[in-house]
Design a protein around this ligand. Structure first.
Ligand code: SAH
Ligand code: SF4
Length: 385
């Protein structure tokens, strides 16, 4: 479904596009830079509070744009661990944005970090068999302004302290792992991430932004070609076509013999670690057979790239989060540990996302699903473990 906003979203504008609009409306170009400065460096989104703008320009901004595309409907969770925001868009659609506060397992000092998880679509067309976002199908793509607005919702929640350099955002990382398949909404995603990354924008480092994909091969290659250094995570969830196709329909279109070379290509272009996300589902993909196949892929000994070098890859195992109405089960702790041990014995870098403290992290889409099913909220408030 195509959705056209009543007015353009200010947060979807680039400095260039805003300058162009303003020039057409008869304003000098420096005014666009002033507006971006208020928005991205001072976190001020109310035109009336942009005190160095003439009153008439403040009124023009209000008339011309919708400033913030989102409206907070609900917060769930615990401010010390994980909070989920349910946000309503102009057309009544619901999306989720999550703020996760957790130790960083990749950091030797286990430093506490704050990560924002953003959505890129309303629903998802990819229909993975374990995922709440895929259940009701795809409704529409988010506009760039709706993607950026999620960051402002987090700033509102956490109270960021702006500085002249614009470095004081109240979080450390952004992961594009919420509802939707980001690489299926590529243009809006790139525009939004561009605003976060730009000198005139948040100046938020691309290396602190992770894009997660279920494996849209042509877009992975495109991303690999781009000079900007986003981190890439691939939702693998199966190490053979047989298993992966059972739970991820996208594997029929882009099977492992295409996906794995694309991941290797990204590695070769960026010389950086990528991540394989691997949900553990009981007696489906948590077998030794799958673990051994995964080791082969990562070590370059599989048939998807003869004589390939070992990949620069980290495996993030995620015990499956129960979704109402879906048949899968989370494996026992013993099975989870056995799987991880097998991967480590194969020489892989592996972490397992523990349940405590960030229980709702991996289950984006569930809050919206429940809200839409019930017309009210039933998700229990997560307690600090
Ligand atoms: N569409 C993208 C990004 C959104 S999904 C992708 O698939 O990568 C973000 C992550 O949450 C993916 O790794 C996805 O597989 C995982 N996920 C979805 N449902 C889950 C569930 N019920 N339990 C655990 N992880 C889940
Ligand atoms: Fe879509 Fe990702 Fe969920 Fe698959 S896991 S249905 S690609 S959001």
């Amino acid at each position: 479904m195509k959705f056209t906003p009543k007015k353009p979203y200010l947060l979807g504008e680039t400095l260039e596009s805003l300058t162009e609009r303003m020039t057409l409306a008869g304003y000098p170009a420096f005014r666009a830079a002033q507006i971006m400065d208020w928005v991205y460096k001072k976190f001020v989104t109310d035109p009336a509070a942009m005190t160095n703008l003439p009153k008439e320009l403040q009124a023009w901004l209000t008339e011309t744009f919708t400033i913030i595309a989102t409206q907070r409907v609900l917060i769930k969770g615990d401010p010390d661990t994980t909070q989920k925001l349910l946000l309503k868009l102009e057309d009544g659609s619901l999306i989720e944005t999550v703020l996760i506060k957790a130790p960083d397992f990749n950091d030797p000092n286990d430093k506490f970090r704050k990560t924002v998880c953003i959505s890129t679509q309303v629903g998802c067309a990819y229909g993975c068999k374990f995922c709440a976002s895929g259940i009701a199908g795809w409704k529409r793509d988010l506009h760039a302004g709706e993607i950026v607005a999620q960051i402002f919702e987090i700033i509102k929640l956490e109270g960021g302290k702006p500085t002249d350099e614009g470095h004081a955002l109240p979080f450390d990382n952004i992961v594009v792992m919420g509802m939707g398949e980001p690489l299926a909404n590529f243009e809006n995603l790139m525009r939004a991430l561009g605003n976060l990354n730009a000198e005139w924008g948040f100046k938020f480092g691309a290396r602190r932004i992770t894009v997660s994909t279920s494996g849209v091969v042509p877009r992975i290659k495109e991303l690999a070609e781009m000079p900007v250094q986003f981190r890439l995570a691939i939702s693998l969830h199966g190490a053979t076509n047989d298993i992966r196709s059972q739970i991820m329909p996208v594997n029929k279109k882009y099977p492992l013999e295409e996906l794995i070379p694309a991941a290797r290509y990204y590695n070769s272009k960026h010389n950086r670690m990528i991540t394989f996300e691997y949900i553990l589902i009981d007696e489906l993909n948590d077998t030794y057979e799958q673990a051994d196949a995964l080791v082969k892929i990562c070590q370059g000994k599989d048939s998807y790239g003869e004589n390939a070098a070992p990949m620069k890859v980290h495996i993030n195992c995620i015990p499956y989060n129960k979704v109402e109405g879906l048949p899968w089960k989370r494996p026992s702790i013993m099975r989870q540990q056995a799987f991880v041990k097998r991967l480590k014995e194969g020489g892989l870098s592996v972490t397992i996302r523990h349940e405590k403290g960030h229980k709702i992290e991996a289950a984006c889409g569930q809050l919206r699903l429940q809200a839409e099913r019930d017309g009210g909220m039933i998700e229990k408030v997560e307690k600090k473990a």
